[in-house]
Design a protein around this ligand. Structure first.
Ligand code: GCU
Length: 400
């Protein structure tokens, strides 16, 4: 549990104290009737759900920049020839700035037209591997910056390549430094005058939408580079970046599988359970992640007319995976599983079978009903090879 600033409520970890609530259904319309066809969902329901979440939670993801330049900084064979790693610098221009850069590492397996995984990293590209050829990133980075190679356990590019998948990653803080006052230096500089950003309150332009924007730019690169099968791109993310992968996948339907790992509050976990980290607590610690409206909603979670199953349902009818770690009670593993269960109504519209709410998968148990996957890894808040094995197995089954 991170440091709780004074004034925030203590989290509840007692299942018996979880409030009794009725989970809102994304198919329910304002007049009380329900959407019953995929056509109605796609034409109206999906859009209304997206707009609701833009206002209440994540803000609006900015459009594509006016121009993007791709510069190959380096390229070399890696892991004894398992594939190659290309360092690409994307430079974006917009109405108000032309100097926003985003460095991505592109791992390409020895196979044409490979499927591919993408996700943002904590701690800088240099934290993915020990290799000193990956430059230390020198842009302003908050205290999540990590030592060279220290995040290797979370990515294991040689494992992903050995499965025949590509991997594209960039550091989330190059898009929006993860600090309360990160807006002024963020990608929002492309779209708003500096003076306006300097006056913005935290969350007026959300960090989660800025990070999602970066994933969408990676998708543009994947489509344009010619090394991958862009119809087979799995967007992933761990923790705050799992909240981000869900939001990016909800907005951009080019992502063909959506994965959130230990995403917790504001990700896969149900807000109305008020178990572990609550929306109020999260807004109190990280006010720049979500909109001002989310701060009001966090104070009255039992009155809100949506829950995180709305966000997850925007993945439909694409394959969707959410996973927990058994000791990660801050993220509420049961709430993450029930978030996934809460997507049943939308997946059912597409003819897919339901996931039963019980039994809740326990330590090292997995559930895969063809289009949705859940597992609960034994251990702590993290993403490890165990998780990648599950996600890539799931992708393989979906893309067979
Ligand atoms: C904190 C935060 C979580 C978040 C996590 C992370 O614990 O409260 O909401 O998911 O950081 O990103 O690691």
């Amino acid at each position: 549990m991170p440091y709780l600033p004074p004034g925030l409520p203590e989290p509840n970890y007692d299942e018996k104290k979880v409030p009794v609530f009725t989970l809102p259904c994304p198919l329910e319309k304002a007049d009380g009737t329900k959407i019953t066809t995929t056509a109605e969902w796609e034409q109206f329901g999906r859009k209304a759900t997206l707009e609701l979440l833009q206002t209440h939670m994540y803000g609006t993801i900015p459009p594509a920049p006016e121009e993007t330049k791709n510069e190959v900084v380096s390229e070399k064979k890696v892991f004894g020839g398992l594939g190659k790693r290309r360092h690409v610098r994307l430079t974006f221009s917009g109405k108000f700035a032309s100097d926003i850069t985003f460095d991505i590492l592109v791992y390409i397996p020895n196979r044409p037209n490979a499927p591919c995984v993408t996700g943002l990293n904590f701690g800088g590209n240099h934290s993915i591997e020990e290799d000193s050829d990956i430059p230390l990133q020198d842009y302003p980075i908050s205290d999540t910056a990590k030592e060279r190679g220290s995040q290797h356990r979370r990515w294991i590019p040689e494992y992903i390549l050995s499965r025949g998948y590509g991997l594209v990653t960039g550091c989330y803080e190059q898009l929006f430094c993860d600090k309360t006052d990160g807006t002024a230096d963020s990608i929002y500089r492309l779209f708003f005058p500096a003076g306006e950003l300097a006056k913005a309150v935290p969350g007026e332009h959300t960090a989660i939408s800025a990070w999602s924007w970066g994933l969408i730019r990676i998708m543009d690169y994947i489509e344009s580079c010619g090394d991958f099968d862009s119809s087979k791109v799995m967007v992933t993310g761990h923790s705050r970046l799992g909240k981000t992968s869900l939001w990016a996948g909800a907005n951009d339907q080019r992502f063909s599988i959506i994965v959130s790992n230990n995403s917790g509050c504001g990700g896969a976990a149900l807000t109305k359970r008020e178990f572990g980290e609550t929306l109020e607590i999260m807004n109190g610690i990280f006010p720049h992640w979500l909109t001002p409206q989310a701060k009001l909603d966090g104070k009255m979670p039992q009155s809100i007319k949506y829950d995180q199953n709305f966000l997850l349902s925007l993945a439909a009818p694409r394959p969707l995976a959410a996973a927990s770690a058994s000791e990660d009670i801050w993220a509420d593993p049961k709430g993450e599983f029930l978030g996934l269960v809460g997507t049943n109504s939308v997946y059912r519209l597409y003819g897919y079978p339901d996931i039963a709410a019980e039994p809740v998968p326990q330590e090292n148990e997995s559930l895969d009903n063809g289009i949705r996957h859940y597992h609960c890894r034994a251990g702590k808040h993290d993403i490890l090879q165990y998780d990648w094995e599950k996600y890539l197995d799931f992708a393989e089954r979906c893309w067979e």
